[in-house]
Design a binder for this molecule. Structure first.
Ligand code: HSE
Length: 424
């Protein structure tokens, strides 16, 4: 019996993102039948909690707790991996691509850490791999970067790409929340990863900047080479936002600055791509400074377009499901991989892509405890403000060595202070 042409979709994982995707099949099937494509139909759902999925309205006949069976099923055309984690997600994605299937995922860890191998597998076996949901939650950024901006020379991609940490920093600033309380709220809203350590230490943003760099610069950077810890007066600080204190958040505010976790990828002085994810200071009254709570913002600087920006909800199941469903509709319309149209990626050679983005002179922000502004002499370009417990400092353009030398003369013996790059 011939069946109406359609793309038969299996969803692996019915959790924070998976359930809104499945719900769209149940409640809005007309949105999954593009006018110029074939309809998408739900052919299988794999989840550990089968009873819960069935109770929510998925026909029992298509529910399983064995995702590998769906991947191997010749009647499944599209595998949507929303289980998260590394394994078995990576193996299942690789198997599906190796079988020439279409795969959609939101799994930024797997894409960032295994992207080079998965891309090679997909290209070799005719598989199609889409992962718009892996960066920026519901924001369409990878598609525009790979397609609409394809005729540009991209110089830099930067922005706020982790909703959990942006929520925490905004809550500390706006409501004086304690770090732990703000994190707990971000978790309860479904923004954080199952293990939020990856959010707060910057690894989630590293994964995203690696994926952005692949599409902007044509190379898979090694996540381990992306710096996440800011410099301090005497060494290296704690990664991501884990070292940010309430005093520093308040001190930044006194100078019209806001602290944000900024991911940045660019072509370095040596002509090779480099990336960083660093807690940084931005002008409060700037587009990045006004990007608060769960919002993400990604800015692309390129020739000939200039600067374009993408903003929207960067986390949360419903928002992220929008990107997954968009990828599915693209497949139903005959679209290819997220990198379609771009040359095969190179793998950046170890050691070259870790070029220190802080090697270039720049402005710095620091909160120096136990010091009054009169003690701090950083020249006419600097701004200082007295704040509770110390002095807020914004330097002019200085090398890391220069700012350390200047502040070491006033900091108490043995005291360490985080040096936040100012992103302008
Ligand atoms: N944990 C991630 C975030 C989810 O907070 O941004 C979206 O990738």
């Amino acid at each position: 019996m011939s069946r109406t042409p359609s793309l038969r979709v299996a969803v692996l994982g019915a959790g924070t993102v998976g359930w809104p995707v499945i719900r769209a099949f149940l409640e809005r099937p007309e949105k999954l039948a593009p006018f110029d494509g074939v309809p998408l139909t739900l052919a299988g759902v794999a989840d550990t909690f089968m009873d819960r999925v069935i109770a929510r309205g998925v026909p029992a006949a298509i529910v399983t707790d064995a995702p590998a069976h769906l991947v191997a099923d010749p009647d499944v055309d599209v595998v949507v991996e929303l289980m998260g984690g590394v394994e078995p997600a990576r193996t299942l994605i690789a198997a599906a691509l190796g079988a020439g299937k279409r795969v959609v995922t939101a799994n930024k860890h797997v894409v960032a850490h295994h992207g080079a191998a998965l891309e090679a597998t997909a290209r070799e076996h005719g598989g199609t791999f889409r992962f718009e949901a892996a960066v920026g939650g519901g924001i369409p950024i990878l598609g525009p970067l790979a397609a609409d901006l394809a005729a540009n020379e991209v110089h830099q991609v930067r922005g706020i790409v982790n909703g959990t940490t942006n929520f925490i920093l905004t809550s500390m600033r706006e409501q004086g929340s304690a770090y732990a309380d703000a994190l707990a709220e971000a978790q309860s809203r479904g923004y954080a990863e199952a293990n939020p350590r990856g959010d707060v230490e910057g690894d989630d943003a590293v994964n995203k900047v690696v994926i952005l760099a692949r599409l902007a610069f044509g190379a898979w950077l090694a996540p381990v080479d992306v710096r996440t810890a800011p410099p301090t007066l005497r060494g290296v600080g704690r990664p991501g936002v884990t070292g940010v204190t309430a005093d520093e958040v308040a001190a930044a505010g006194a100078l019209g600055l806001a602290l944000k976790l900024i991911a940045l990828a660019e072509i370095g002085a040596d002509g090779r791509p480099a990336a960083s994810v660093l807690p940084s200071a931005v002008e409060r009254d700037s587009p990045l400074g006004r990007t608060d709570w769960v919002l993400n913002r990604i800015e692309v600087m390129a020739d000939p377009v200039g600067t374009v920006a993408f903003t929207g909800p960067g986390a949360g199941g419903d928002a992220t499901s929008s990107a997954v469903l968009g990828d599915l509709v693209t497949l139903a319309r005959g679209g290819g991989s997220t990198w379609a149209g771009l040359a095969p990626a190179s793998e950046a050679s170890p050691g070259t892509d870790g070029a220190d983005p802080l090697a270039v002179p720049r402005a710095w922000f620091a909160f120096v405890p136990g010091v009054v502004p009169e003690q701090v002499d950083l020249g006419p370009e600097a701004a200082v403000a007295a704040v509770q417990g110390g002095t807020a400092v914004r330097t002019g353009t200085l090398s890391l060595e220069q700012v350390r030398t200047a502040l070491l003369t006033v900091a108490a013996d043995g005291m360490d202070v985080t040096l936040y790059p100012v992103v302008e």
